[in-house]
Design a protein around this ligand. Structure first.
Ligand code: GLN
Length: 541
């Protein structure tokens, strides 16, 4: 039987609910249960695909091609369970589907309303794709009290009646602020937030209280009394030194025990050895390397969330601390790139959209190539590496990408038709922004004795994509003659997926986003390989 855990947030946003959901799921797994985590986002965008990374952070892409909230990345990194389309829903999508049905006449003349139509759709989403699972955790985005969250809260309230009161547990995550002037933690915001939730008909059974100081026993008792929860179910959550310490920290505070107790379940203690090993490696590095990330959204760290984590994982694999230097590509233009890049043991040009900063990225590729510094280009980064090779090695001076405007030398161009596992895919050149990308998992075949094949230890790989443009295979011969090997191709041989330089210490460009599949307990081989190359480089300089 599947049990549901609903996680709401109160007082302020950014409390780390997503991380809490991920850590709790990891703890339940460590106690032998199967889990899946879903995210409800109350905003009206149909998905975050068209939202600026400055607003919303990274767009996390699933194997089945959904553009989702970055919290799904935490879920996957902590549980290893691949996220799917059916794990993220927004108000926009719910309303879009309901209105489409209404237009088709599917409601047979009924008045279409928030209750029951919207709430039914939300409940159906919570239950979709959950067969055979022990626990489904659903995180509700936003903060209790937001107008937009109300249909979601009403739906999760109804779920208890639908699946049985004993099969649902509500967790509320709040802030217990510290008032320096009074020298005290304040419980009143938590009391109000829980009161608001109870007004909607939801009595949370576990409270996760984020605070800068441990909750004194008296405050815990007070919160328990006013919020009508057992004192042991008031969990104190302090900031952790690393996010990968969070599962162990929550276990020490009793979170998983309290959730299981709320279900009336007993389970053997968790096997935390996986998390202990990660923590041990993270906190006892044997060296450090510095990686320069030359990107565009460097002022908004969440825009590169998975990338940052994948570099941390590469550090775990090599027992080193990875220091990331965020370098704004735009600032490079017309500047002394060498002076900025010389201190780096590795250079990474990440994914991105638009022309801004591209000349700085191309200059960084050139620096890495000429100085034999380990280079990793991801998506736009690989495209920039191909343009750099075309311009400076293959004699194609005007090489560019059609993304930046019309060009006579489209080394990177818009492709409107390609083959996927499901057959021929076609996109309209002028279609909706949200629907014109190559999204989700696609296979790539690796060339026999390439760096790529030896890194992966495989001849075919599947990786996730999110891009509109492709490296133009018509330039392959010219680029290979200039020293850039096309070592990974789509199975039909038309789409370049990986490029590398056999004559370089470590130079790899990939059209996909390997960072999306990296996990602390299973670092992605490309990130492990890149960081290993950076370690070698650090011994040279
Ligand atoms: N802007 C490029 C494209 O659309 C690269 C996208 C990316 O880096 N994710 O093809």
């Amino acid at each position: 039987m599947t049990r549901y855990i609903f996680i709401t947030g109160g007082v302020v946003s950014s409390l780390g609910k997503g991380l809490m959901a991920a850590a709790l799921a990891a703890l339940l797994q460590a106690r032998g249960h199967t889990v899946r985590i879903k995210k409800f986002d109350p905003y009206l965008n149909v998905d975050p695909g068209t939202m600026s990374p400055y607003q919303h952070g990274e767009v996390y892409v699933t194997d089945d091609g959904a553009e989702t909230d970055l919290d799904l990345g935490h879920y996957e990194r902590f549980t290893g369970v691949p996220s799917r389309q059916s794990d993220n829903i927004t108000s926009g999508r719910v309303y879009r589907d309901i209105i489409a049905k209404e237009r088709r006449g599917d409601f047979l003349g009924a008045t279409v309303q928030v209750i029951p139509h919207v709430t039914d759709a939300i409940k159906a989403f919570a239950r979709a794709d959950t067969e055979g699972l022990d626990f489904v955790l659903c995180e509700i985005g936003g903060t209790v009290g937001d107008i937009e969250s109300l249909p979601f809260l009403e739906a999760i309230r109804q779920m208890a009646a639908d699946v049985g009161r004993n099969n649902v547990v509500y967790i509320h995550c709040t802030l217990v602020p510290y008032l320096a002037a009074a020298g005290e933690l304040k419980t009143k915001p938590t009391q109000h937030s829980v009161a608001e939730l109870r007004g909607i008909g939801i009595q949370p059974q576990v409270l996760v209280c984020r605070s800068e100081h441990p909750l004194p026993d008296g405050d815990r008792a007070k919160i328990a009394l006013f919020c009508n929860v057992p004192k042991e179910a008031v969990i104190s959550a302090l900031d952790a030194p690393s996010i990968y310490d969070v599962p162990m920290q929550y276990h020490a505070e009793g979170l998983d025990d309290q959730v299981l107790a709320a279900f009336g379940l007993d389970a053997p203690p968790p096997d935390l050895s996986r998390w202990q090993r990660i923590s041990e490696r993270l906190h006892n590095p044997e060296g450090e390397v510095t990686i320069g990330v030359v990107g565009k959204y460097t002022g908004m760290k969440d825009a590169y969330k998975s990338l940052t984590e994948a570099l941390v994982h590469g550090g775990i694999a090599n027992r080193v601390k990875v220091n990331i230097r965020w370098l704004d590509a735009e600032e490079f233009e017309g500047q002394d790139v060498a002076a900025r890049l010389e201190p780096m043991h590795g250079i990474l040009v990440p994914g991105g959209f638009g022309e801004r900063g591209s000349e700085g990225k191309i200059a960084s590729v050139r620096f890495a190539r000429e100085r034999d510094v380990p280079f990793f280009g991801i998506c736009l980064g690989m495209q920039m590496a191909c343009i750099e090779a075309a311009r400076h090695q293959a004699g194609v001076a005007g090489a560019s990408t059609t993304e930046f405007g019309p060009t006579d030398e489209p080394v990177v161009g818009l492709i409107t038709e390609w083959m996927s596992a499901e057959g021929r895919q076609v996109r309209e050149a002028g279609g909706d922004l949200g629907g014109t990308m190559r999204l989700g998992a696609y296979p790539a075949r690796l060339a026999g004795n390439s760096v790529a094949a030896s890194i992966y230890g495989a001849d075919t790989v599947s990786e996730r994509h999110r891009h509109r443009y492709e490296v133009n295979v018509h330039y392959r011969d010219a680029l290979e003659a200039a020293g850039l090997l096309f070592s990974g191709m789509s199975p039909d041989g038309l789409l370049p997926e990986i490029v590398e330089r056999p004559d370089h210490s470590w130079f790899v460009g990939v059209q996909f986003h390997p960072e999306l599949k990296s996990k602390p307990f299973e670092p992605h081989p490309l990130f492990a390989g890149f960081v290993a190359a950076a370690v070698r480089q650090s011994r040279l300089v």
